[in-house]
Design a binder for this molecule. Structure first.
Ligand code: SF4
Length: 280
């Protein structure tokens, strides 16, 4: 069986940076907890927990003497202000590319313009991003874009992990709804590269395995793109999911399998999956 790994897969720059920041901080024997999951990947979070880096869902519950680490997706502006007022020590691991989006929204908001954000309204990145301006509307589907009232001028930004093809489709609809539309393609490069790589690989193999958490936005997009090109697409969280007898039997029938992985999947996990498939 031939196993091919997508040209771009696994840990992105923002995730590597966040893990480096928190690991170095913790190594200095400083107590630290993350505000929500640092990234969307269970094995990595379990590893952090085993090293004594836990998470709190409510910043009021931060342990005494502990620093609060802001996750890669960022936090709402008002929550950050409250933490600073309470003088809670903060380690900010927000991805710089997420921050860039926040700054664009803030600037557009200051100008008083209407800001449209294309993304998932419940995703932590968007929950945070929308706090940076008042006149914000989240657009999560083509139907939502079509339902927007016609307007004179607006700006549109994207969730960093959005499917780029979907963003283009939404923008095309919005062009028709707004007289003047300023487009900020804030889909990050890591996302674009991973999407391009899976788009290229999926039609060339008999089946494709996407490694990443079920709650990881960028992994979900990779699965969606892979499925459009190859109906034998399987999403797994860890290599352990492949040990299921039925799954293994299904995969054994293929002559070639491609592997892709979300931006929060570690190189070790990716390697475990590759080795497992090679032995099938
Ligand atoms: S996917 Fe992009 S925006 Fe998100 S953490 Fe990685 S580099 Fe940053």
């Amino acid at each position: 069986m031939k196993i091919s790994v997508a040209e771009q897969a696994g840990f992105c720059f923002g995730v590597k940076r966040a893990l480096k920041l928190i690991t170095e901080y913790h190594r200095q024997n400083k107590k630290i907890q993350t505000f929500g999951p640092l990234i969307h990947n269970t094995p990595v979070l379990n590893d952090l927990a085993a090293r004594g880096i836990g998470q709190v869902s409510n910043p009021a519950k931060i342990g005494k003497g502990s620093t609060l680490c802001i996750r890669t997706h960022g936090i709402p502006r008002d929550v950050e202000h409250r933490l600073k007022r309470r003088r809670v020590p903060i380690l900010d691991a927000t991805c710089p590319l997420v921050k860039k989006g926040q700054k664009i929204i803030e600037r557009l908001g200051r100008g008083g313009g209407r800001v449209l954000i294309v993304g998932d309204p419940d995703h932590p990145e968007i929950v945070a991003a929308r706090s940076y301006a008042r006149n914000v509307k989240i657009v999560d589907s083509l139907a939502a874009a079509r339902a927007l009232p016609r307007c004179g001028e607006a700006s549109v930004v994207a969730q960093t992990t959005l499917n780029t093809a979907f963003f283009k489709e939404v923008v095309a609809v919005l062009m028709d709804r707004c007289e003047k539309l300023h487009v900020f393609n804030t889909v990050c490069r890591a996302t674009q590269e991973r999407q391009e790589a899976v788009r290229k690989l999926a039609p060339r193999v008999d089946a494709i395995v996407v490694v990443g958490s079920k709650i990881s936005s960028n992994t979900k997009k990779l699965v969606h793109i892979a499925r459009e090109k190859n109906r034998n697409t399987l999403q797994i969280e860890t290599c352990a999911d492949l040990r299921d007898r039925r799954t293994a039997a299904r995969l054994r029938k293929f002559r070639s399998i491609g592997i892709s992985a979300g931006a929060s999947t570690s190189p070790q996990e990716l390697n475990n999956v590759k080795k497992f498939l090679q032995k099938l």
